[in-house]
Design a protein around this ligand. Structure first.
Ligand SMILES: [Zn+2]
Ligand SMILES: [Zn+2]
Length: 182
């Protein structure tokens, strides 16, 4: 098979998507690679568009995380102020922050929590140990919730920085796409 573009050149590779022949020059000049393999002109463009859509999806998810956390942080703060900065207000505020950060975790693929390893039941052993375990896991749960609540502002900053980075990638990709437009 000969190169799809340079008809007198023998192919040394094939496009990773459509399987058309690519000569050495075309193999070298590919803009994108799929699984480290070169692409023809048309597939380069389509692949670039696909990458852009993927980036946009990620950027949108980060916006969602920012908005959700910001809304719940503000609601929490307002409740805290209405309660004149008392303990009840503080607890409700943290609960709001925690809830926001939990809801937003469905959109967040930067922080993935995989802690299903310890599936050992807390209800095994003598009664004293069970009580200790229940209190321990309750404290653990409260601690986890507090950490999650405090994490809400961190999530906003992290996702904001991540979004800036992705939006820059989208802009760079747009320039590349413009150059290889068919
Ligand atoms: Zn192709
Ligand atoms: Zn070629």
């Amino acid at each position: 098979m000969n190169c799809y573009k340079h008809e007198d050149c023998h192919d040394i590779a094939v496009c990773a998507i459509c399987g058309t022949g690519l000569c050495k020059v075309c193999e070298n000049e590919t803009t994108y690679r799929k699984n480290k393999r070169a692409l023809c002109k048309k597939c380069n463009y389509n692949y670039g568009v696909e990458i852009e859509e993927n980036y946009k999806l990620q950027s949108g998810k980060k916006t969602a995380v920012i908005i959700i956390n910001a809304v719940f942080i503000i609601i929490g703060l307002v409740i805290f102020i209405i309660n004149k900065f008392d303990l009840t207000g503080a607890i409700i505020m943290l609960a709001c922050w925690c809830f926001g950060s939990y809801i937003s975790s469905f959109f967040d693929n930067t922080v993935t929590t995989k802690n299903n390893k310890n599936s050992e039941s807390i209800f095994s052993g003598p009664i004293q140990i069970i009580i200790a375990k229940v209190i321990g896991s309750l404290l653990g749960l409260i601690l986890k919730l507090i950490i999650r609540a405090i994490f809400a502002p961190v999530l906003i900053i992290a996702n904001f920085l991540g979004k800036i980075k992705i939006d820059r990638l989208i802009a760079d990709n747009k320039i590349i796409l413009e150059k290889i437009k068919v």
